[in-house]
Ligand binder design. Sequence first.
Ligand SMILES: [Zn+2]
Length: 426
Amino acid sequence: MSQTEVTRVKPALVPLGTLIGRELRSEKVDKPIIRYGQAALAKKGEDYFLIKPDCQRIPGDPSTSFSVFAIFDGHNGISAAIFAKENLLNNVLSAIPQGASRDEWLQALPRALVAGFVKTDIEFQQKGESSGTTVTFVVIDGWTVTVASVGDSRCILDTQGGIVSLLTVDHRLEENAEERERVTASGGEVGRLNVFGGNEVGPLRCWPGGLCLSRSIGDTDVGEFIVPVPHVKQVKLSDAGGRLIIASDGIWDALSSEAAAKACRGLPADLAAKLVVKEALRSRGLKDDTTCLVVDIIPSVHPLLPPSPTPRKKHNVLGSLFGKRSQNSSSKRLSAVGAVEELFEEGSAMLAERLGKDFPMNPDSGLFRCAICQVDQPPSDGLSVNSGPFFSPSSKPWEGPFLCANCRRKKDAMEGKRPSKPTISI
Ligand SMILES: [Zn+2]
């Protein structure tokens, strides 16, 4: 994609120029150090995780490094979790324009995550297997953390001063009224299990299929209204850094976000992950697969002080980051000043709202590139701005980007406009 197309990406909440200016002013040129740990206890053996601390935007250039951490909590088998673990990262990266600068790359990432998740789902469905998986996928580039998620494997952020924030949204039908409405509007039914005697038991599920989640990768036999479109949130940490805890629902059914963060403060990441799993086990027993990744984003040198007359202890970075809450009011003010900056958040399941409106043409071939699978196709074979009423008479014209015929079929099925069983036509 050209630079002009890159700039059409949905604007971040904070203008790039402002960020760059701030970066220069604060001389925040050093990348943080990433430390991580992982712990797990298996009950069914359907949890998988991915740790890639040494990815590079430009292969061979270590200054372009970024890290990826992900959890895949499979259900009805393990194949969707394994497939997503093996393919999702590449599918996301292939949706980012070649030659993008670091800032362009970060701005394009939320949209590329949507494309990569949907592409991975389409490819998995073509295998004809029925399992599904949650995905919580975290990309860390410098101080910028981007999290994309479907399902209920949560990612929390613990920052200086003991502020715990949730970077994901739980796609559980029981807890998410908006998702219940969407599933129902797209042709699914939402209700509880009926046992003998007509009593309803257990959490809200969607039918057919009986899945408790409203979004996932896979689940071919449940219905296309279980969409793979992720909630995406992008934040920029202050130069004090922070700790991410990414875990499957085996942890979150046992511990609140605050309890998990609190349980492991002050410990290095590897011990912290073990302790969170142990805490979950202690409070609830081993009822489900339980997987936890702890990722610390730590200043590589002594943290630069935010504008404040209050000195901050520098000799123990970990201790000051993840130790107890600040003891005095001036420190509390410091943590408020250094709060996390929200750059982007979007959770809509509608692809038209998530993929921009580009119709990027390959100047060499005269072909359009599909915004999901990145395959070049002639315009007549794909979805154009004028084709909406033709394909779905009841709805307004398509306002999203160019999609190939296969991805267009997927989009219509997700929105309940076509039978959900995929037909393969590549
Ligand atoms: Zn496509």
